[in-house]
Design a protein around this ligand. Structure first.
Ligand SMILES: *Cc1c(COP(=O)(O)O)cnc(C)c1O
Length: 449
C-alpha cells in the first residue's frame, strides 16, 4: 500500500471498497513470490494479501477493503485485533514471551483452564489441558480417552473433519484434499453413519443413532471402543446439523458402555452458534470437549476440557508440549473470553444467524437450486443442488464463491460434495456490512442462470 497502513481492529473503516481488480497488482506480485517460496501444497481461497483487519473487513495490500464472512475459518469471533486482545497481548509480550508451562508455570494458563472448566457444559468437576492447534487437542483427547478406558478403538463419523495430523487425518472423512497420498493412517479408527436430515430422507435422530450404534456394535464392539468423537454441528463436512435426539442417544449409549464421548467443538465453540458451546443446543454434556479456533481472537491455542476422572487418567508428564498454553495465547484467550461474555456475542451470533437464514430461506422459495439452508447462530450454510432434486452442484457453488471474491466478499465453501457456502462472519460485523455481503451472494446466484 502507498502511504501508511491503518491499524486493524474496529476503528478500521467499515466498508466494502475496491480500488483495483481482485487480486490487485501488489497482491499479484506477492502471489508470484509465494509460488517461488511457499510449498505448493498450501492452497488459497481468495488471492489477496492482507495488511489490516477488524470489525467486519479485511484490508489488502492494494488498498481494497473486503467484507469478511469467514473469520479466518471461525477464528476471529471477537473480531480481528479486538481491543482487549490487543491490549492483553501487548502487555504480555513486554512481560515474558515463554517459559514453557511444564518448566516454570504462570497464572494465565491456570486462569484459562478455570474459565474453560466453568463455561463448558455440565456442572461436574472438570480439568483442562492446553495445546496449540485443533488437531493437536483432538489427538490428546484420544490419548486421554485411551488412557482412561484402557481400550484403543475410536469411532468418527461420515463427513467428519478433525484435522490434518496423522491420527486426525484418519478421523477426517474426506479424501481430497485432506488425505490423498498421505497415508498410511493411524489404525483402530472406525467410521459410523451420521444424521444428515437433508440427505438421509429426514431420518429421526433416534433412528439415525440406532443405525450408527448398530454399525459400532457390529463392526467395533463396545469392549474395544475407547471413544466416540463427533462435531455437534459438522464444520468442513457442510455445517450438518443432526436431527434432534441423535447426539443425546449417542451420549447415552457411550455412557452405558464405558466409552468416552468427545465433542469436537473446535469450529462450533465460543458463541459461534448462539450459545457458548453448540453442545448446549442439543442438551448434551460431553465427557471431553475439544476447543480451539475462536478461543483466543486469532492467537494459536487449543484445549481439552472434561470430567476430572477421565482427564486425570494419564500419568504425570504424559501430557504437554513445548508451546502448549503459550503466555501470549493465554492472555489473548482471557481477553477474548471476557469479550464474548461482556459484549454478549452469543446473542449477536443469534441475530446474525436470523438475518442470514431469513434472506436465504426467502430466496429458496423462488430458486430451486437452494437445496437447504441450515445452521445455528453465526454458523449458517446454504447447500446448492441441481434444481428440484438433491444432486450436489459444486460447479454452481464454486462460481458463486468466485463471483463474491471478485467483488470483495470473503465467503468460504465446504461440504463433502463441495456444494455448500458457509457463513462464519466475525461477530463484530455490523448489520450494514452483513447485509451488503449477503446482497452480493444473492446477486452471484442470480448471475449464474
Ligand atoms: C479446524 C478444525 C480442526 C483442526 O484444527 P486446526 O487448528 O486446524 O488443527 C479440528 N476439528 C474441527 C471441527 C475443525 O473445524
Amino acid at each position: 500500500m502507498t502511504g501508511t497502513v491503518p491499524l486493524g481492529g474496529p476503528t478500521l473503516a467499515q466498508e466494502r471498497k475496491l480500488v483495483t481488480s481482485i487480486p490487485g497488482p501488489k497482491s499479484q506480485e506477492w502471489l508470484e513470490r509465494k509460488a517461488s517460496a511457499v510449498a505448493g501444497g498450501v492452497g488459497i481461497t481468495l488471492p489477496v494479501f492482507g495488511v489490516a483487519a477488524g470489525g467486519g473487513v479485511i484490508l489488502d495490500v492494494d488498498g481494497n477493503s473486503l467484507i469478511d464472512l469467514g473469520s479466518g475459518i471461525a477464528v476471529t469471533g471477537v473480531g480481528n485485533s479486538a481491543p482487549r486482545v490487543v491490549e492483553a497481548v501487548q502487555n504480555q509480550v513486554a512481560q515474558f514471551t515463554h517459559t514453557c508451562f511444564m518448566v516454570t508455570p504462570y497464572d494465565s494458563y491456570v486462569r484459562v483452564a478455570e474459565k474453560l472448566n466453568e463455561l463448558t457444559p455440565g456442572s461436574h468437576s472438570k480439568r483442562s489441558v492446553l495445546f496449540n492447534s485443533g488437531a493437536e487437542a483432538v489427538e490428546n483427547a484420544i490419548k486421554i480417552a485411551r488412557s482412561h478406558t484402557k481400550k484403543t478403538a475410536v469411532v468418527a463419523f461420515d463427513h467428519a473433519y478433525h484435522g490434518r495430523t496423522n491420527l486426525t487425518m484418519a478421523l477426517t472423512a474426506k479424501n481430497m484434499p485432506y488425505k490423498s497420498g498421505f497415508g498410511p493412517f493411524a489404525s483402530e479408527v472406525y467410521r459410523a453413519p451420521l444424521s444428515y436430515p437433508f440427505r438421509d430422507g429426514n431420518l429421526s435422530g433416534a433412528e439415525a443413532a440406532k443405525n450408527a450404534i448398530s454399525v459400532i456394535e457390529k463392526q467395533v464392539g463396545a469392549e474395544n471402543l475407547a471413544a466416540i468423537i463427533i462435531e455437534p454441528i459438522q464444520g468442513e463436512g457442510g455445517f450438518i446439523v443432526p436431527a434432534d435426539g441423535f447426539l443425546p442417544a449417542l451420549v447415552e449409549w457411550a455412557t452405558a458402555n464405558n466409552v468416552v464421548f468427545i465433542a469436537d467443538e473446535v469450529q462450533t465453540g465460543f458463541a459461534r452458534t448462539g450459545k457458548m458451546f453448540a453442545s448446549e443446543h442439543f442438551g448434551i454434556e460431553p465427557d471431553l470437549i475439544v476447543t480451539a479456533k475462536g478461543i483466543a481472537g486469532g492467537l494459536p491455542l487449543s484445549a481439552v476440557t472434561g470430567r476430572t476422572e477421565i482427564m486425570d487418567a494419564p500419568h504425570g508428564g504424559g501430557l504437554g508440549g513445548t508451546y502448549g498454553g503459550n503466555p501470549l495465547a493465554c492472555a489473548a484467550a482471557l481477553a477474548a473470553i471476557e469479550t464474548y461474555e461482556d459484549e454478549k456475542l452469543d446473542e449477536r451470533a443469534h441475530q446474525i444467524g436470523e438475518t442470514l437464514k431469513a434472506r436465504f430461506t426467502q430466496l429458496q422459495q423462488s430458486d430451486a437450486r437452494i437445496g437447504d439452508v441450515r445452521g445455528l447462530g453465526g454458523m449458517i450454510a446454504v447447500e446448492f443442488v441441481k434444481a428440484g432434486g438433491i444432486e450436489p452442484d459444486a460447479a454452481l457453488t464454486g462460481a458463486i464463491a468466485k463471483y463474491c471474491h471478485e467483488r470483495g466478499v470473503v465467503v468460504l465453501t465446504c461440504g463433502t460434495y463441495g456444494n455448500v457456502i458457509r457463513f462464519l462472519p466475525p461477530l463484530s460485523i455490523g448489520d450494514a456490512l452483513l447485509n451488503e455481503g449477503i446482497d452480493i451472494v444473492v446477486e452471484a446466484l442470480a448471475a449464474q442462470s
